[in-house]
Every structure is written in C-alpha cells, then in structure tokens.
Design a protein around this ligand. Structure first.
Ligand code: NG1
Ligand code: ZN
Length: 533
C-alpha cells in the first residue's frame, strides 16, 4: 500500500498554490521558480512511481528552465533509456500537480496506482540534477522530499547539464548489459566523448581555438572540464561563464539569443576576429548555434539546420566509403521552423520528414531511420543510430583498408554523439570532427545552401488555446477563417512561407515568416502578427 502517513506529512510541507494551474508541456513543467515547490515534491513522488512501474529502473529528473530568464525554472522526467517521459505520463503528471490539497493529492495517487497496476513492493530509483539557477537548491530539496515520501532511493547528480543527466540515466540502466552506454558519472561522459573525438581527428590538422559562449549557465562547468580533457586536440575558450552573477544567465548571450536576434552576443564583439568561428550553448547546454565573422567582419549564423546538413552529408559519405551505403540509409527530421533553404537542399538529397515542435516528436521520427539526423532550427538535436545499424557496424567485414577506416569513423561517431538527447557540447565536437575532415572553414560550411531571410515574432493573445494546427503545425484549423486570410496575404510575397502556432512553453502565439528578401520576411511576419492579434 501507499505510505500514506509519510506522504501526507511531507506533502503538507509543500502545499499547492491555490490560484495556479500547472501543465506538463513540451519542456516539462516550466514557470516562475518561486511557484514550483509543490510541483517539485509531486514530481519526486511520480518519478518514484514511474521507477516502480518499470521494475526499479532508474528514472531521471532535471531541474532547469533552459534558455528562459533566470527567475524561471522547470522540471522534466527522463525515462530509463535517457529519453523524454512517455506521453501518457505527461497527463498523469499534470493531474497530480493540480490536485488542490494534500488529501486530494494522496487520493489521486491511490487512484493512479490502482489504475496503472503499479506494484508498490518494487524498488524505486531516481537520479536528479539541476542547472545553476538560484531557485534550484530549494526546488531540489522539495524534490528530495517527494522521493523520500514514496520510499525511493535518490541519487543527487548535483549541478550539471541536461544532456549529462540524460547520459547518466542511460548509463545507469545499461550498466553490466551488452548495451552498456558508458561509466555512470560526469567523468565517464567526458571520457567517452573525448576518447571518441581524439580518434576521429587523429592525423587531421588541429582546428583553430574555438570560443564557446556558455550563456553564463551550467554549460560553463562542463565546457571547462571538457576543455581540460581535450587538451591540445581542440583548444576551447569558454566565455560567458559567470554562473553566480545575478541575472547574467541567458542574458544577451547564449544560443537562444543568437538564434532569435540573429546577432553576435555583444560580449563576444571584442574577442571574435574576422574569419573566426564560435558557438553558443543555451542555459542547460542542450542547444548549440555556430556563427562566424567573414573577412569584412559581417556576422553569419550556422543554426541547427546547417548543422543537420553538415552532419548528414558526412554520415552519408562515410557509409559509402565503408561499403554500407545500401544497408545504412540516412534520413532527416525537421520542424516547420527549418529554413526553407535547408529543406530544399536536404530533400533533394535525402528523405526529410517534418514533425510538430518538441524534441519527443523529432526523436521518435528519427528512430524510424537507420541513421536519423534530427535538429530543430534553434540548435537542439542529435543523430540516432538504430539498433540494426549498430549491429551492422559491429559485424561488417571491410574489404579494403579505406573501408576499414571509414567503418572505424562511423563507430566512433556513435560514441561522440549523445544519442539520448540533443547535447550542445557533444554536437560541438561532432561539428568540429566534420569540419576537420572536410577542411571546411565556417564560410565553406555556410555555403552548402543559402538561408532564406526569416523572422520569428511572439504575439501575446487573450487565449492561445483557441489556436489549433494541422499538417505538422504548418496550418491553422482554428480560429476559423484565419488560415484563409494568412494564405491570401502570403501569396503576395515572393517565396513567402509563414505559419502560426501556439507556444508549448510560453503563454504566446508564435508567427514565423520567410521570403526571398529580408524586408519582405520582416513585413510578412508583422502583418501576420497583426492578423493574429
Ligand atoms: P515553443 O515554446 O512551443 O515554441 C520552444 C521552442 C522549441 C523547443 C521547446 C522546448 C522555438 C520556436 N520553439 O517551444 O523548438 O525547443 O521550446 O524547449 O524555438
Ligand atoms: Zn536547453
């Protein structure tokens, strides 16, 4: 039976604010850190139950609000393979978070345990981590109360990145099995990535030192360690590493700032030289955006779409060189935010699928390919090798030395890539590998295809829930008539493409527009925003 007494006495310490409704969305629960105490407690309980349901497998909990401002915080659950929480449980999480009182919460829990036939005698294990936000420690202690209340065993992974936490979950759950993912520690993660990277770039001329904008977030901590373990193989220069300076997090820096404002972080202006490239992580280091200054010091952005194009071509080249072209096929997954230039370029070469926003949609679609390359334009993404592809790689007999070399590269790629989730630092190493192999500068990489000018704007509306979409969010079905008006407007713009969707993480509606000419993309976005408002 449920440990009702311990549940009730601890739940009483974490009452739900009566005026708020919480929702487990595409990024878990996310709102102001100051109102999340009860949510954290209840997520701790739920994580324990999820572990029991999955026969004691370790469940992950990450406390972060990623690229959002410092006062925000959030929490998301990680399933045993290091993937996002299963869909059905998102609804359970929302229900439990909104039970108005302790009694209502415990009642909802019993009903839940019964409905899902959770065997409470099973062990439960939870590993958790947080980013550098000031609200983190108190929220983690509420989470720990929840873990304790359900009688689960908790492991504190401390202050680390979202991708490290996902890695840990997979590493813990595969320990001692044939699918062992790596040693279950931050060091294990760093060693795995570094060892693979060193093998992949052995014999290639060293890349120039790389500036890494850490968004003044937790990425700074892991980037510093990575820099140490890489040594001269790749010289990293971490900047925006002020994790304890109030309000510095994600402020005028980081991947989201660069992608949204399409600008160089002002803090890098004096450091980045003409011709040099650099990259930005977001606040929990699961996103990555590259950029460079050309010879005339003009800024050029290399976003998630450009990373996908670079990486996919490289994997295809290697499968050809290894003689595995017919057995291992590469496919791409994008969202509607992918630049039209990238979609055109990629779909002329490879299968491309468009899915709704949210990593879980991309991840699941990518699992359907032998090698699935998925990236959101904002720089969140990774590459997945199917179990069959991994088998092929380990059993394939190369017939020439060239095939053998390519095969080894493919195997090491599977190690340098964090296949559990998008990982800014792992993706950075991946990009550097490809650039080293191709001897590409930022400019050469950029010239794979030309980005269409685009603009993304937020519109605050009275009720974003009336906005409903179809066709992977590319068309509105509600409010009635609005899509027709949008279609009429976009037709007047050369190369115009636009779509409107409600955000899953903020109380806004997003409008995206692109066109052949910059001024037209801007104008289209603002005129569509006018229709939405
Ligand atoms: P919403 O708020 O639903 O647009 C944002 C990002 C997503 C994804 C999620 C989760 C944009 C336009 N949207 O979603 O791509 O990263 O946050 O963090 O960047
Ligand atoms: Zn993030």
């Amino acid at each position: 039976a449920l440990p009702v007494d311990s549940l009730k006495s601890l739940a009483d310490l974490h009452p739900k604010p009566s005026h708020l409704t919480f929702q487990y969305g595409t990024a878990g629960f996310r709102t102001l850190g100051s109102v999340l105490d009860s949510v954290m407690f209840r997520v701790g309980v739920l994580a324990g139950l999820r572990s029991k349901k999955l026969d004691g497998k370790t469940i992950g909990v990450m406390v972060t609000a990623s690229h959002n401002p410092e006062p925000d915080n959030g929490v998301k659950l990680v399933d045993p393979r290091g993937e996002m929480l299963e869909n059905a449980w998102e609804v359970h999480a929302t229900t439990l978070a909104n039970a108005p009182t302790t009694d209502a919460f415990v009642e909802a829990l019993s009903a839940f345990v019964k409905a899902l036939k959770i065997d409470l005698s099973k062990p439960a294990r939870v590993v958790y981590a947080r980013d550098t936000r000031p609200s983190g420690p108190a929220l983690v202690s509420a989470l720990e109360d929840g873990i304790k209340a359900i009688g689960a065993e908790g492991r504190d992974a401390g202050v680390t990145t979202t991708p490290v936490l996902h890695y840990l979950v997979r590493a813990i759950n595969t320990k001692g099995t044939p699918e062992e993912y790596g040693e279950d520690s931050e060091e294990g993660y760093l060693n795995k990535l570094t060892a693979a990277f060193k093998k992949l770039v052995a014999g290639k001329p060293a890349s120039p030192p790389l500036i890494v904008d850490c968004a003044n977030g937790v990425g700074a901590k892991i980037a510093a360690k990575l820099s140490e373990s890489l040594g001269d193989t790749l010289r990293l220069i971490p900047v925006n590493t002020a994790t304890t300076t109030p309000e510095a997090l994600n402020n005028s820096c980081g991947a989201d700032y660069v992608k949204t404002s399409q600008k160089l972080p002002p803090s890098l202006a004096s450091q980045l030289k003409a011709g040099q490239r650099a990259c930005s992580l977001d606040g929990d280091a699961d996103r990555l955006i590259y950029y460079y200054l050309d010879d005339r010091s003009k800024f050029h952005m290399l976003d998630g779409d450009k990373i996908a194009a670079l990486v996919a071509a490289f994997v295809v080249d290697l499968t050809k060189a290894a003689g595995l072209e017919s057995q291992i096929k590469v496919g791409i997954v994008q969202t509607a935010y992918a630049n039209g230039g990238s979609t055109k370029y990629l779909s002329e070469r490879l299968p491309v699928k468009c899915v709704p926003t949210g990593v879980k949609h991309l991840h699941h679609a990518a699992e359907k390919y032998d090698v699935g390359v998925y990236f959101e334009a904002n720089g969140h993404g990774t590459v997945l090798f199917s179990p069959e592809s991994l088998k092929t790689l380990s059993s394939h007999q190369p017939s020439t030395p060239a095939q053998s070399t390519a095969l080894n590269y493919l195997v090491q790629l599977t190690n340098v890539i964090n296949q559990t989730v998008g990982d800014g630092l792992s993706d950075m190493l991946l990009v550097e590998v490809v650039l080293a192999h191709k001897a590409y500068s930022g400019e050469e990489w950029d010239s794979l295809y030309v980005d269409l000018p685009n603009r993304l704007v937020k519109v605050v509306v009275a009720n974003r829930n009336i906005f409903k979409t179809e066709d992977a969010e590319r068309r509105l079905v509600s409010p009635p008539g609005l899509q027709t008006k949008i279609d009429e407007l976009v037709r007047r713009y050369n190369g115009g493409r636009t779509f409107v969707r409600p955000s899953g993480t903020e109380d806004v509606v997003r409008v995206y527009a692109e066109a052949i000419v910059r001024s037209q993309a801007d104008e289209l976005a603002f005129r569509i925003a006018g229709l939405v408002y």
